[in-house]
Design a protein around this ligand. Structure first.
Ligand code: NAG
Ligand code: NAG
Length: 447
């Protein structure tokens, strides 16, 4: 990097919820290493920063700043998963400005570029005011980006068609069903929230970004989708999604040594992520299916829901089942013994499963998860959506048998293995993302 980059100061705004922060931080770490003389200010809420900083692998040219989470002191909904988001988004432009002031005061350098999670749209207004480029980062499932450009048509379809109707107007994604859409996108009138209005605005906001950076592999996305997005955005770059270098994966739960004792591709790994808890009925159905299947399984489950499982289930299955509250997921999925991932289809989980060649059984809950599930089943053909889109004993048994046992499931198993190779190739210096990263660096750091 030339000297001209030395005064560059990039302010980064995170969306401090769910699994949005870590992919953004990964991108910023990559950029900070590529431009060691530039300053990066990573601006998020105190809670979120406390989780991710300080860590030994974070370069010293990244500093953190805390801004308000917008929750009124002692508010009863302070921990409500949706209200938290609305509180934060309502802090708007003023809160973003505060972050800029903190960052400039510490570095004594003017901010020259804003990189923000696409969901923090008010940072665009601040970028405009400062007259600096705004770069939006897209951590959700890549294909869900398309929806925000077709909101009116999707809403019309939702109003006029049944849930199984497909949406052939979505370029590259004609297999999407009405039922796959994020609910927030369908809210109109009284049901609208700060968050849903924000989402709906993305179709006009994102084309104002100098670039939209997608946390995925172009090689896996439908070409017509990519082409359509490129025609609507100033630029779109893909960056290789990476998991944190797990510095010290201690196998505290014993999952990895347990997997070592199982045969190849025989184990069902079950996890609905950190946010979702299935209903008591679904938990019961999952347990019944796992018990009746006779399969070895690892089930990631918080301790407080254990009482909801059928009486005696844990004891009866203890010889072949492992229920743990925390799982080193990347390593578990990469283990040869895992044969299927029963998942809520969060974007990080999907990427990790694809990277490990593990087929998926999809039970999407909210947001982009329905789109992810449809792409898994209908585009990559590396998994299936569970019958009726909820866990039932018979539905889960049917999918487990298909993927782990039946000859009919071979195509899915083979596709998953092929996908692993595609992902490996896409992540090399010859992959498209490596090229995109060079262009992204140029865009940010060229005076
Ligand atoms: C931000 O919050 C974290 C976590 O509480 C704290 O350790 C850190 O000192 C705060 N940073 C600043 C700049 O105040
Ligand atoms: C949608 O398709 C499923 C599976 O084919 C079927 O069971 C269900 O009844 C259909 N729903 C509607 C509203 O047509």
């Amino acid at each position: 990097m030339s000297n001209s980059t030395e005064n560059k100061h990039i302010a980064v705004f995170a969306f401090p919820f769910g699994t949005h922060v870590i992919p953004l931080l990964n991108l910023v770490i990559k950029l900070a290493k590529a431009a060691p003389h530039c300053s990066f200010s990573f601006i998020s809420t105190e809670k979120s920063n406390a989780l991710n900083f300080p860590k030994p692998h974070i370069p010293i040219n990244i500093k953190t700043h805390n801004i308000s989470d917008g929750v009124p002191e002692g508010h009863p909904l302070a921990n409500h998963p949706i209200e938290k988001v609305n509180f934060f988004l309502k802090t708007g432009v003023d809160n973003i400005h505060k972050g800029i002031q903190l960052a400039e005061a510490e570095t004594k350098t003017r901010v020259t570029c804003i990189i923000a999670d696409a969901f923090v749209t008010s940072s665009l207004l601040v970028a405009k005011k400062l007259d600096v480029p705004w770069i939006a980062f897209w951590p959700p499932v890549s294909c869900s980006l398309s929806l925000y450009f077709y909101v009116d048509m999707i809403r019309q379809h939702h109003a006029n068609c049944d849930a199984n109707a497909t949406m052939d107007f979505l370029p590259g994604l004609p297999m999407m069903h009405v039922v796959d859409m994020p609910h927030d996108l369908l809210f109109v009138g009284e049901k609208e929230t700060t968050f849903s209005r924000e989402l709906v605005s993305l179709g006009t906001v994102l084309p104002q970004a100098k670039a939209v950076v997608v946390n995925f592999f172009e090689e896996l996305d439908p070409p017509l989708f990519v082409q359509d997005m490129r025609s609507k955005l100033q630029s779109m770059f893909y960056v290789v999604p990476v998991s944190f270098p797990t510095l010290s994966v201690t196998d505290s739960s014993g999952c990895l040594s347990w997997l070592d004792t199982k045969s190849s591709r025989s184990v069902a790994y079950v996890s609905c992520g950190t946010v979702v808890i299935p209903s008591p009925q679904e938990l019961e159905a999952m347990a019944e299916a796992l018990e009746e299947s006779g399969l070895p399984f690892i089930w990631s489950l918080k301790e407080n829901v254990l009482p909801l499982l059928p009486k005696g289930f844990v004891e009866r299955t203890s010889a072949r089942g492992k229920i743990v509250s925390w799982v080193p997921q990347t390593q578990v999925l990469a283990h040869d013994s895992v044969g299927v991932f029963v998942t809520h289809c969060g974007s990080n989980s999907v990427t990790e499963s694809l990277s490990s060649g593990v087929p998926m059984i999809c039970r999407p809950f909210f947001g982009d998860q329905g789109v992810a599930a449809r792409v898994i089943e209908g585009v990559w053909e590396t998994g299936v959506i569970i019958e009726g889109r909820v866990f039932t004993k018979s539905g889960l048994l049917k999918s487990l048998n298909l993927i782990l046992v039946q000859e009919e499931g071979k195509k899915i198993r083979d596709n998953a293995l092929k996908m692993k190779k595609t992902v490996e190739d896409a992540a090399t210096p010859e992959g498209k993302a490596a090229h995109d990263f060079i262009n992204l660096v140029k865009l940010i750091f060229t005076p």
